[in-house]
Design a protein around this ligand. Structure first.
Ligand SMILES: *[C@@H]1O[C@H](CO)[C@@H](O)[C@H](O)[C@H]1NC(C)=O
Ligand SMILES: *[C@@H]1O[C@H](CO)[C@@H](O)[C@H](O)[C@H]1NC(C)=O
Ligand SMILES: *[C@@H]1O[C@H](CO)[C@@H](O)[C@H](O)[C@H]1NC(C)=O
Ligand SMILES: *[C@@H]1O[C@H](CO)[C@@H](O)[C@H](O)[C@H]1NC(C)=O
Ligand SMILES: *[C@@H]1O[C@H](CO)[C@@H](O)[C@H](O)[C@H]1NC(C)=O
Ligand SMILES: *[C@@H]1O[C@H](CO)[C@@H](O)[C@H](O)[C@H]1NC(C)=O
Ligand SMILES: *[C@@H]1O[C@H](CO)[C@@H](O)[C@H](O)[C@H]1NC(C)=O
Ligand SMILES: *[C@@H]1O[C@H](CO)[C@@H](O)[C@H](O)[C@H]1NC(C)=O
Length: 455
């Protein structure tokens, strides 16, 4: 917790006193800064405390600020932290956390989270498992599920016919169980995680089926207008309207997840013109929308200070995934790293909060600490700082370039944890679903985009 007294002192003493705690002037400064940022981030994690639950940040609300998916996002950040800096301090806790949350079918559908389980939530854990395989993160013991197989399990679950219906001409719904609020919404992040995973599995395994799904998903997202001709990516739309009621809020994690997937498709297709163009155009749009003055800015919520806990973590994925994209699509390297460096300079400059004088806020472009704090804010700056080392480390591996993770193309299990109708819905089910629809549609435009995030 922050001490108000200290904050007041800092304010009274004038901003000249609150000089930056972090330097990114050299490789060694970057590592020193990243190490402290990682320690401050991990202070939010209590999964290993007595009575704690391994894998998750305190939550979900009302028990704490963080939804289940953000744990998955945290471990991806820590796997990159290790890969980029070589610091193994958190490897054991990361491995334990990633394995604790797999659920009984080793597919990141633990029964006690299905009541709010979205394809995006599951996707974040799946992408972190994929990252572990690509970074050659230490493999789990043989009797435990393996990183690649976990990523394939998530992919297979999301590719299964019961998650793809004809409303809106295809695509994944946001929520997985029929009874969840948001089952009637098809959104960019759910489909983006699936696209990203498909592209990366294609490159890792050379199995064309994954690439076909990635292509199909990209085509659907563009055909329905969730991504427009100028590469703006919008939040989502409702199945009752055949996805014509597009919620136009734009969030940086959508651009990041599609950009990284497009870069992998570029690489998988041996540098095809189609994917080169898409990667380059999406990068241009991403910089235009989310990096005014080359500093990361969460355009839908930052100015009005309406970003939710979920949204307060997006800048970290943006930085990390843009950086990783340069390793599989080297032609974007110069453009990306110029922007990321400027943005990271702004990020560290505002980390002057709290008793320690090094707590990070969210409003990077303001130049001063904004008084907020949380795992998201810390994770963002850690992701930005550590990603500056991207040129120093190995590119993501694949099965034929040194990858050691053992896969299972048939991983994934079945629907046992999910309350899908096994027979045509009964009248009672229909009534329940339509009441939900009315409730959701009732508050749809404007606010629904917020609900579509994580949760
Ligand atoms: C990680 O766990 C292994 C095996 O339990 C142990 O040998 C090692 O010392 C641990 N490493 C750290 C950094 O805690
Ligand atoms: C979810 O289930 C796991 C495994 O049974 C348990 O350890 C954990 O405490 C549960 N989490 C919550 C939030 O109840
Ligand atoms: C629903 O949307 C899909 C995708 O945009 C389109 O192909 C289909 O024709 C639409 N259906 C109706 C009934 O409008
Ligand atoms: C390729 O992936 C598909 C989809 O998961 C799977 O059904 C198939 O068995 C895989 N092929 C090989 C050769 O592994
Ligand atoms: C990429 O090139 C390799 C080597 O020439 C080839 O085996 C592979 O099929 C190509 N991949 C695609 C998707 O065209
Ligand atoms: C694909 O990625 C590798 C790094 O793994 C890189 O060396 C190669 O140049 C990339 N291919 C293209 C076409 O850029
Ligand atoms: C980048 O985006 C801007 C704004 O949409 C557009 O005017 C410009 O032509 C784009 N540049 C490239 C190289 O695509
Ligand atoms: C991955 O590579 C190993 C050898 O390193 C090979 O035995 C295995 O068949 C490969 N797996 C796939 C899916 O190609």
């Amino acid at each position: 917790m922050l001490s108000t007294t200290h904050l007041l002192t800092a304010v009274l003493a004038g901003s000249s006193v609150a000089h930056a705690a972090y330097s990114i002037a050299s490789e060694s400064d970057i590592k020193t800064s990243a190490k402290q940022l990682a320690a401050d981030l991990m202070a939010y994690y209590h999964g290993d405390d007595y009575g704690g639950i391994p894998g998750i940040l305190p939550g979900p609300p009302p028990n704490g600020d963080y939804y289940w998916w953000e744990g998955g996002a945290l471990w991806g950040t820590m796997i990159d932290y290790w890969h980029l800096t070589g610091d193994t301090t958190y490897n054991n806790v990361t491995k334990e956390a990633m394995l604790f949350q797999v659920g009984p079918q080793d597919n990141y559908e633990p029964p006690n989270v299905t009541a709010s389980l979205g394809n995006d939530d599951q996707g974040f854990w799946g992408m972190s498992a994929m990252l572990a395989a690509e970074n050659n993160f230490e493999n789990p013991p043989d009797d435990q599920p393996q990183w690649l197989a976990l990523a394939q399990a998530v992919f297979n679950r999301q590719a299964s016919p019961d998650r793809h219906d004809d409303t809106c001409g295809g695509g994944l719904r946001w929520q997985i169980p029929l009874s969840n609020n948001g089952y009637n919404y098809k959104n960019s992040i759910a489909n983006g995680c699936f696209f990203n995973l498909g592209a990366r599995l294609a490159r890792y395994t050379k199995n064309e089926t994954y690439a076909m799904w990635a292509e199909k998903t990209w085509n659907w997202v563009t055909s329905v207008g969730l991504m427009d001709a100028d590469y703006n990516i919008y939040d989502g739309a409702h199945v009752e309207k055949n996805c014509t009621d597009i919620n136009k809020a734009q969030f940086s994690y959508n651009n990041a997840v599609y950009l990284l997937g497009a870069a992998y498709m570029y690489n998988y297709t041996n540098g095809s013109d189609v994917w080169k163009q898409r990667t380059s155009d999406l990068l241009n749009a991403t910089i235009n929308v989310f990096f005014p003055n080359h500093i990361a800015y969460e355009v839908a919520c930052e100015q009005g200070k309406t970003c939710t806990t979920d949204m307060l973590s997006f800048k970290g994925y943006l930085h990390r995934w843009m950086a990783t994209a340069t390793r599989v699509a080297p032609f974007i390297r110069g453009t990306v790293m110029d922007v990321l460096k400027t943005s990271t300079e702004a990020a560290v400059k505002q980390c002057t909060g709290g008793d320690t004088g090094r707590v990070c806020g969210f409003q990077w472009s303001s130049g001063v600490y904004d008084g907020t704090y949380g795992a998201g804010q810390q994770m963002n700056v850690l992701g930005a700082v550590s990603s500056l080392l991207i040129d120093n480390v190995a590119a993501p591996v694949s099965n034929d370039t040194g990858g050691t993770s053992v896969g299972n193309p048939n991983a994934g299990g079945n629907d046992d944890n999910i309350n899908k109708p096994t027979s045509p819905p009964t009248t009672a089910d229909k009534a329940g679903a339509s009441i939900l629809t009315i409730l959701v549609l009732g508050c749809a435009v404007g606010t629904f985009g917020w609900m579509s995030l994580g949760a």
